[in-house]
Ligand binder design. Sequence first.
Ligand SMILES: [Zn+2]
Length: 96
Amino acid sequence: MLQIEFDLRAEGDELPDAFLDSTELELMFAGTRRSTGDSLRRKFAAVVCGEHGSAPKFTISGVYDRATEQMDLRYHVDTCCQSFLLRVMQILNQRE
Ligand SMILES: [Zn+2]
């Protein structure tokens, strides 16, 4: 079973004329969870390690910088072994 965890947060002081207010930011986070989660579930629905039978575990960290209004998303992948990690990274980097 594919495990996906999200750690999304905002940093910095809100600009006076912020592009996203806190409600919109929550909606943006929710949308990020949904679209990133859907994409991972699609790509990894049937992917398990051939040797150990384990599914990968993903942790998606996202920091929204209020000052620059940019979102930085990082994928952290846990796998049972190095060779499966390489396979997961290949699949992760494939275009949809
Ligand atoms: Zn393995």
